[in-house]
Design a binder for this molecule. Structure first.
Ligand code: ADP
Ligand code: MN
Length: 532
């Protein structure tokens, strides 16, 4: 800075101010950091619902760039929350003022978030339990039918003094919604639970999707696949997806790429939305909201005082939203340090839209499936090692499910995916997870005959910087001892335990391990290895 150690001249004649930067001593800087840290803790105690949002850069010594991003994200989320609260209050005021009067005032021009905007939470009211209570009328198609007169061949009808034509958008929309309910392969079961109106564009998209799925289903002889293709997406998720199309965020949704235990991945074409910049091809990760194992996670969040305000026992769906939110934050953080991974586009409840790794609707193969040449094996290995390094040392994350199933091979490059479970290195089991990741990577590349493939222990030591040696069991117990010791040190500072997501993940994994064991004892087939 050229202004350093000089006095700046103030144009309006005030006293020149000394450049402060030159006067601040090292101890001052440290106490400033301490003050900042204390401020964050205080903020968190005032805003317990923010505790789940990733502010962990502060605790692990992240770079200033990351802090800014994290702060910015926090600020935006906070602002959004304020705006939504403001609009809710406005809505109440409006309702109070208007009472049951047929003519009323509208305050919608004063809203912070325009009505119908993608960020408008009111437009999602169909997803709230409260909505179910206030709308006992289960089949709105019936009531809407009564309301709209049938239109004769002349192309118009009269209702009251008004002439209604078949081009009336609401009527067309309702008709489209009705037709959509009947489309094969698309079970929009609960569409009648509210006044669903679909534009022609959305309806045509649905129709195209339905036809495609029909063709696909016809091709599949395997009964199981047929079931997953149609059952994969539940009605609630489908409606959110349709709204993406309706809001021009997506142009069209093409179909299912993958159906896993915890999520379904769809391919979609990006639209031209004014609200979000969307890439040409997108992958949509829909976290499953129906799985029992997610319910077991509920408990760990409900018992956590930081989540009490944000999550209630009555709504386990919201807990799944957190996992999607976590993947969103982790991906954003990884992109920030330039790691090759999908770019996040947007997050809506349990649905994450990201950029697509692949081309022309064909997803890039997993390393496991990619037919790599000898030279490519060596290249992929050195890339994977550097990804591990960068992720741990620059991004301060441990993938925790890294294997040949979660690395895609695209344009001669390894891409990391599936990071909802990624944790900070300071997680009570972070280093153990890192060791497991290193073991998977080392075993896979050794099997493929990579030239320089290191042992799991060598890889772990080089990534983490911890010196460990000995056989696998020794190394693991060294790591565990270290972690126990670390945890012991932080017990006296419960505020530092800022990783509820990670804690929940860990607990759910343990629960799953036990279930898996039970299943195996009962003789049921095992799940796909490595791909959580
Ligand atoms: P899970 O393993 O929990 O089911 P993943 O995030 O690993 O979920 O996604 C499952 C599969 O979907 C991946 O193995 C990959 O083939 C595909 N996939 C996921 N995200 C993308 C993406 N952004 N681009 C292309 N394919 C993807
Ligand atoms: Mn995966």
């Amino acid at each position: 800075m050229s202004a350093k150690n000089t006095c700046s001249v103030i144009a309006w004649g005030g006293k020149p101010v000394e450049n402060l930067a030159s006067d601040v001593s090292f101890t001052d800087v440290m106490s400033e950091e301490l003050a900042k840290d204390l401020q964050i803790k205080e903020d968190l105690s005032q805003w317990p619902e923010l505790a789940g949002i990733d502010v962990t850069n502060q605790a692990c010594g992240g770079t200033p760039v990351q802090e800014t991003v994290s702060d910015e994200m926090l600020a935006q989320l906070l602002q959004l929350q304020f705006d939504q609260e403001y609009d809710r209050a406005l809505g109440k005021q409006e309702a109070k003022y208007n009472g049951t009067s047929k003519v009323g005032v509208s305050l919608s021009n004063y809203r912070k978030i325009p009505k119908g905007s993608f960020l408008d939470e009111d437009s999602d009211s169909f997803d709230d339990d409260e909505w179910d209570k206030t709308h006992p009328d289960w089949d709105s198609f019936e009531s809407a039918e009564k309301e709209s007169p049938s239109i004769s061949k002349l192309g118009y009808a009269k209702k009251g003094g008004e002439i209604i034509t078949k081009h009336d958008t609401v009527i067309t929309g309702r008709k489209n919604a009705c037709k959509a309910m009947e489309l094969e392969q698309l079970k929009i079961g609960d569409g009648g639970g509210f006044d669903m109106v679909l534009s022609n564009k959305v309806y045509n998209n649905l129709k195209a999707f339905s036809h495609q799925e029909q063709k696909r289903a016809a091709r599949l002889n395997d009964k199981h696949e047929k079931a997953t293709a149609t059952m994969a997406i539940d009605p609630r998720s489908r409606l959110i997806l349709f709204r993406f199309v309706d809001n021009n965020i997506l142009e069209r949704i093409n179909g299912v790429i993958s159906t896993g235990k915890e999520a379904v991945i769809l391919h979609a074409e990006g639209g031209k939305s004014e609200e979000v910049i969307v890439p040409g091809e997108c992958a949509i990760k829909v976290f499953k909201t129906t799985l029992n194992e997610f319910k077991t996670r509920d408990k760990y969040i409900a018992e956590d005082y930081r989540f009490k305000n944000r999550f209630s026992k009555q709504n386990p769906r919201k807990i799944i939203h957190m996992w999607a939110e976590k993947e969103y934050h982790n991906l954003a953080r990884m992109r920030q340090v330039g790691l090759p991974c999908p770019d996040v586009v947007l997050l809506k409840k349990h649905i994450l839209v990201m950029s697509f790794i692949g081309q022309g609707g064909r997803p890039a193969p997993k390393l496991r499936e990619a037919a790599l040449s000898t030279a490519e094996v060596d290249l992929a290995y050195s890339q994977t090692v550097s990804l591990l390094h960068k992720m741990f040392n620059e991004c301060h994350l441990v993938h925790a499910d890294l294997s040949e199933y979660n690395i895609l091979w695209h344009e001669q490059q390894c891409w990391l995916i599936d990071v909802s479970q990624a944790v900070e290195p300071s997680h009570p089991h972070g280093l153990e997870f890192l060791y497991r990741d290193c073991t998977n990577v080392s075993n896979f590349f050794r099997r493929l005959g990579a030239k320089d493939a290191a042992s799991p222990t060598e890889l772990f030591a080089s990534v983490s910087g911890f010196s460990v040696d000995g056989l696998e069991a020794d190394v693991l117990s060294q790591i565990r001892d270290y972690e126990r010791n670390e945890e012991h040190l932080t017990v006296s500072h419960p505020n530092q335990k800022l990783y509820p997501f990670d804690y929940c993940w860990q607990k759910s994994q343990e629960a799953r391990g036990q279930q898996e064991q039970l299943r195996q004892e009962e003789g049921s087939p095992a799940e796909e290895p490595g791909n959580i």
